[in-house]
Design a protein around this ligand. Structure first.
Ligand SMILES: C[S@@+](CC[C@H](N)C(=O)[O-])C[C@H]1O[C@@H](n2cnc3c(N)ncnc32)[C@H](O)[C@@H]1O
Length: 258
């Protein structure tokens, strides 16, 4: 899935919702940033985390925001305009324009699961990290991402069609093994799962519904089916039988380069 135009806009709204805020908080709580650290955020999107990272370092440190999407980078650049210690790298994560052993920290949120050649991207991340560097990633267990309240058959059809939006649906289950193979140690997974039963402007469910509706139309689901699904969800919410669940997982590890 490409995060440009309407999908980019909706993704940026998800990033500003309670889900985006709590993910950034989970990462920031774990980080022990030194003023001279060089930090890369892989798949930086609209750059919300970059600002928090840039504030935590001083002139000896630097923050890199990497994203292949022109749309995301241009929104992030506007947001980060006050910070001269942030550099944007417009590229895929499997080809990072940094020298070997540059960064002390790599962060990433809901990105690696979209990268087809995820092993190459992790290898490239290892290349630009110093020995002892800290890697922290949040990816979603997409099998547990979903809306409840619409008619079962239609709901399943919509969710099945949405599966094509992401190539590594259960990455957090596989990531520890991949990291271990690359020489990462002290690998830990932590659940950030949540449930929502009411939607408001701050709710990721509000925007996730639109992302799904937009995407599944490209997968052969008709406009009528999508509208029916949305209407059924609305009714379910009004009648107090609506739910949305998501199961992000925070994975952390340290790199032991021999
Ligand atoms: C769901 S968004 C997450 C953005 C941001 N991390 C956040 O939490 O708001 C995924 C981001 O990954 C980027 N992306 C997609 N493929 C990528 C790749 N191969 N390498 C690096 N980033 C990629 C997209 O452009 C998009 O901005």
């Amino acid at each position: 899935m490409e995060f440009n135009n309407d999908l980019g806009r909706l993704q940026r709204l998800v990033a500003l919702s309670s889900a985006g805020i709590s993910r950034r908080q989970a990462i920031l709580k774990k980080l022990i940033i030194n003023p001279n650290d060089k930090i890369i955020d892989i798949g930086c999107g609209a750059g919300d985390l970059l600002i928090d990272l840039a504030k935590a370092i001083d002139s000896g440190g630097h923050v890199y925001g990497l994203d292949p999407s022109e749309d995301q980078i241009s929104n992030a650049s506007i947001k980060c305009t006050e910070f001269n210690n942030i550099t944007f790298l417009k590229s895929n994560a499997d080809k990072i324009d940094l020298s070997d052993n540059t960064c002390n920290v790599a962060t990433s949120t809901q990105t690696f699961e979209y990268i087809k050649n995820v092993d190459d991207a992790l290898m490239e991340t290892k290349r630009i990290l110093k020995s002892g560097a800290y890697f922290i990633n949040i990816s979603v267990l997409w099998d547990y991402f979903g809306f409840y309240g619409a008619e079962k058959k239609l709901n399943e059809k919509i969710h099945d069609a949405f599966k094509a939006h992401c190539c590594h649906q259960m990455l957090p289950m596989e990531l520890p093994g991949k990291l271990s193979d690359l020489g990462f140690i002290n690998i830990k997974n932590k659940s950030l799962s949540f449930i929502i039963t009411h939607r408001d402007q701050n709710s990721p469910a509000k925007y996730a519904e639109d992302v799904i509706a937009f995407f599944v139309k490209s997968q052969g689901i008709s406009e009528t089916e999508v509208n029916d699904w949305k209407e059924q969800i609305n009714r379910a919410e009004k009648e107090g039988r609506f739910g949305f669940t998501s199961f992000p997982v925070l994975t952390e590890a340290f790199l032991n380069k021999i």
